[in-house]
Ligand binder design. Structure first.
Ligand code: FCB
Length: 444
């Protein structure tokens, strides 16, 4: 197909992964243990007891994976670094082989003319950091970890994301309990969120210190809230749910502090005992609101609100098409969220740091993967990005999630998001039709 839509000259087209989801090699070369190692090995926490022990074996096959990206003509690659590979105890002693792994990867990317864009934290926290995100000392540990990485890679990596999806790393992990470490207590979710946002702020400061020409931002998962006309949820409930998913994170990042209305809800719910909780120390809100160069948005779905959900997670409209994750397909929502964030918060630049679809399609008898549904998903969402740009939103990048099928957290290996099909028994990679389509689309 031809690309009729004109994207800005330097628009970055890429793909994304994260360390725990693809690397495997969890015990290799001195890597320490992460909360996802423990969680995935705890019975009942992941589908079929799947773990990231081997995953896509990218730790050994990274050369092949970079070659595949090059053959598809990707311009940029967003990957994450495994904190316990670099600092097995979370802080202190550096594990040089861990750093060397990422250093080699970065060199290979640059040689393939693929821009490396590194995420510092995509959920694989070292278990050695006691209390995990509930313990404020994790913030300093994160700043130190940031410095270790940037001193080693900052000469070659200039684009950095601090934290991936603080909502998932806090609420999904501490309030809803679906992700590591699997707690179910809203006040813990709020505390973890604060420390994640603080870590972001301290990370930005550290990055600016160590890499003078760094460009840096955070990645938020956001989505618009829509009401079910047949069973409408009250406006007040929508305000609350939007507050918990979207505003709680973006407001403080853009200097507005935490949304006051949410404090009042949390107080009423007995989740906080003050609208000025003592875990917020003087200076914290300034730290969180560090100036950044871009904002990453991960978009998969809108939230279709019906029947007063307790949390927003993947609220969907029953009669709409869904991906294999059960997530509603709603490309217009990507336009809406980009437009809203631009209008209300004015980030200098926006990047779609993740967008993609899980479909099980695998190789047919000829060895081809005909994943037309993924082509449709990508095309309609890319069109939404284009529309946002037409409406004046400064979007500068789009990353498909994901380069290859991988460990989809609590869903284990049951969900295939990849541009490349992975046969987990043999680790054979097969380029799907959608990857050829995307490659043509971005390279004409
Ligand atoms: C996002 C995560 C990513 C992946 C996709 C499907 O929430 O950032 O790791 O699991 O969802």
């Amino acid at each position: 197909m031809t690309n009729n839509l004109q994207f800005p000259e330097n628009f970055l087209w890429g793909t994304a992964t994260s360390s725990y989801q693809i690397e495997g090699g969890v015990k290799e070369d001195g890597r320490g243990e992460s909360i996802w190692d423990v969680f995935s090995h705890t019975p009942g926490k992941t589908l079929n007891g799947d773990t990231g022990d081997v995953a896509c074996d990218h730790y050994h096959r990274w050369r092949e994976d970079v070659a595949l990206m090059k053959s598809l003509g990707y311009k940029a690659y967003r990957f994450s670094l495994a904190w316990p590979r670099i600092l097995p105890q979370g802080r202190g002693k550096i594990n040089q082989p861990g750093l060397d792994f990422y250093s080699r990867l970065v060199d290979a990317l640059l040689e393939a003319e693929i821009l490396p864009m590194a995420t510092l934290y995509h959920w694989d926290l070292p278990t050695a950091l006691e209390g995990a995100w509930l313990n404020r000392s994790v913030v300093d540990a994160f700043a130190d970890y940031t410095g270790v990485i940037t001193r080693h890679l900052g000469d070659r990596v200039k684009n950095w994301f601090t934290i991936n999806e603080p909502w998932c790393a806090s609420h999904l992990s501490y309030t809803i309990g679906e992700h590591a470490p699997g707690m179910k207590d809203r006040s813990k979710g709020i505390l973890a969120a604060h420390h994640l946002l603080l870590a972001h702020g301290e990370g930005v400061k550290e990055l600016r210190k160590t890499v003078s020409d760094a460009r840096v931002g955070i990645v938020l998962n956001m989505g618009p809230m829509h009401n079910d006309p047949d069973a409408p949820v009250s406006e007040d409930r929508i305000r609350f749910l939007d507050g918990e998913l979207n505003r709680w994170f973006i407001d403080p990042l853009y200097g507005r502090g935490y949304p006051q209305d949410m404090f009042e809800d949390f107080l009423r719910m007995g989740v906080l005992n003050s609208t000025e909780p003592e875990f917020i120390k003087p200076g914290d809100m300034e730290t969180i609101a560090q100036e950044t160069d871009f904002l990453g948005i991960n978009y998969y779905m809108r939230q279709f609100l019906s029947a007063e959900p307790e949390h927003v997670q993947a609220q969907k409209r029953a009669d709409m098409p869904k991906t294999d994750m059960g997530w509603e397909i709603y490309p217009e929502g990507l336009f809406e969220i980009l437009e809203r964030v631009h209008r209300e918060y004015h980030p200098k630049q926006l990047m779609v740091t993740e967008n993609g679809a899980s479909y099980a399609d695998g190789p047919d008898e000829t060895g081809r993967v005909h994943d037309q549904r993924r082509i449709d998903y990508l095309q309609t969402h890319i069109e939404a990005v284009w529309q946002a740009i037409q409406a004046g939103v400064p979007v500068s990048a789009y990353f498909q999630w994901s380069l290859m099928d991988n460990f989809e957290w609590a869903r284990g290996y049951s969900q295939r998001f990849g541009a490349i099909y992975v046969d987990y028994a043999t680790q054979k990679r097969t380029i799907k039709d959608s990857a050829y389509w995307y490659s043509d689309y971005i390279n004409q």
